[in-house]
Write a protein that binds this ligand. Structure first.
Ligand SMILES: [Zn+2]
Length: 344
C-alpha cells in the first residue's frame, strides 16, 4: 500500500520531483568538480616498467667491455634513447664516460649498482652529457659508495663539481651530519681539469684524453681506453677531427657521434640554429670517411638517431663492420669483438 502511494505520489508530482533531483544533481556535480582528481589505485600497474637484466655478469678476463648506457642526441627527452653515457669496464675497474639523462637508470637496468661507479670522465660540459651527475654523486653515496667520486674533464669541470656540491649542500649536510650519519668519504668529490694526454693508468687500464673539435664548445675531449692489448676510442661530440683520427688509429672499436643533417634540416623550425648545430657535429657520410681511414674492427654509432637513414648514408663512404646507436648495447672486446643487445 505504501509502495503504491509512493508511486502514485511520484506519478502525480513529476515536475516537483524532477526539480528536486536536478538541484541535488547540480550540487553533486559542483561537489565533484571541487574535488581533486581521484587516484586510480590500479594506475601504477598500467605503467610499463623498464626492463631490467636478470643479473650483471662482469666481462670475461682480459677483455674490455663497453656499454652504451645512453646513446641519444640531447637535449630533447627521448624514451628509447637516453642521454649520452658510456660504461667501460675491465679487470674489475669501472669507468663512466659522460653522465647524461638516464645514466643511473640504465646502470640499474644493467644490474650495476650506481654506488660501484666512482670514476667519471667528461667529454665536454654540454648539458646532455652531464645532467645526471647529481644523481650519481648523491644517490651513489646514499646507496653505499664509500670512495670519493673522481671526475676528470675539460676546463670548467672542477668549478662545476664544486658548484654542484654547494648546490646540494642541504642534502649532503642532512645525510652526513644530522640524520643518517653516512660516512663522509663517499660524498667527497675529487675533480680535475685535464688536458690532452694520459689521465688514468691503473691495474692495466689506461685512459688517454685527446682534443676533438666541437666548434666553439672548447675544449672538448675524446678518450682512448686500453686494456691488455684491447682498445676503444670514444669521440665525444665533434665535427670531423684529424686529431681524433690520429688518436683512434689502431683501435679495436671506434664509437663515434653522428648527426643526420638531412633529417635535422627536414625537421627544423629555425634554419640558422639548425645549421649552427650541424656545423659542430659529424654527418653520416663524414663519419663513414673517418671509419674508412681508422679501420676499426667495429665502428659503432652513439649520440645518434637510431634510423635506417643514418646507416644508409654511412654506407656511401664505409663498407666495414658497423653498429647503429642503441641504449644498453654491450660490446666485449677480446680476441673477438662480441656485441650483445640488451636482454640477449
Ligand atoms: Zn655537445
Amino acid at each position: 500500500m505504501k509502495r503504491h502511494l509512493a508511486l502514485t505520489h511520484a506519478a502525480e508530482s513529476p515536475i516537483i520531483i524532477s526539480r528536486s533531483i536536478a538541484v541535488k544533481l547540480l550540487a553533486l556535480v559542483a561537489f565533484l568538480l571541487c574535488q581533486p582528481a581521484a587516484v586510480d589505485p590500479h594506475a601504477a600497474t598500467q605503467v610499463q616498467a623498464l626492463q631490467a637484466a636478470g643479473s650483471y655478469q662482469p666481462p670475461p678476463p682480459d677483455s674490455l667491455r663497453v656499454v652504451l648506457l645512453g646513446s641519444g642526441i640531447g637535449p630533447p627527452v627521448r624514451l628509447n634513447q637516453f642521454g649520452m653515457s658510456t660504461l667501460v669496464e675491465a679487470g674489475g675497474t669501472r669507468l663512466l664516460v659522460d653522465c647524461g639523462r638516464g645514466a643511473t637508470i640504465r646502470l640499474a637496468q644493467l644490474g650495476v649498482p650506481i654506488a660501484s661507479v666512482n670514476r667519471l670522465f667528461l667529454t665536454h660540459l654540454h648539458s646532455d652529457h652531464i645532467v645526471q651527475i647529481p644523481d650519481l654523486m648523491l644517490s651513489g653515496w646514499a646507496t653505499g659508495r664509500t670512495l670519493p667520486l673522481e671526475v676528470w674533464g675539460p676546463t670548467g669541470t672542477r668549478e662545476m663539481m664544486d658548484a654542484l656540491q654547494r648546490g646540494y649542500a642541504f642534502d649532503i649536510h642532512m645525510r652526513r651530519d644530522v640524520d643518517e650519519k653516512i660516512p663522509s668519504e663517499g660524498i667527497r668529490v675529487v675533480s680535475q681539469d685535464i688536458e690532452e694526454g694520459t689521465v688514468f693508468d691503473s691495474d692495466g687500464l689506461k685512459v688517454t684524453a685527446f682534443l676533438v673539435d666541437h666548434g666553439p664548445v672548447s675544449p672538448a675531449l675524446g678518450y682512448r681506453i686500453e686494456y691488455r692489448g684491447h682498445s676503444v676510442a670514444l669521440s665525444g661530440d665533434t665535427r670531423v677531427s684529424e686529431n681524433l683520427v690520429r688518436h683512434a688509429t689502431g683501435v679495436d672499436v671506434l664509437v663515434h657521434e653522428v648527426l643526420d643533417a638531412v633529417a635535422a634540416r627536414a625537421a627544423s623550425t629555425n634554419a640558422a640554429r639548425t645549421e649552427t648545430i650541424i656545423a659542430h657535429h659529424t654527418t653520416p657520410d663524414q663519419a663513414g670517411q673517418i671509419f674508412s681511414r681508422v679501420k676499426p674492427r667495429l665502428a659503432v654509432y652513439s649520440h645518434a638517431p637510431a634510423t635506417v637513414s643514418v646507416i644508409e648514408q654511412t654506407r656511401k663512404t664505409y663498407s666495414g663492420p658497423l653498429q647503429g646507436a642503441e641504449d644498453l648495447l654491450t660490446i666485449d672486446i677480446g680476441d673477438q669483438v662480441v656485441v650483445r643487445h640488451f636482454g640477449q
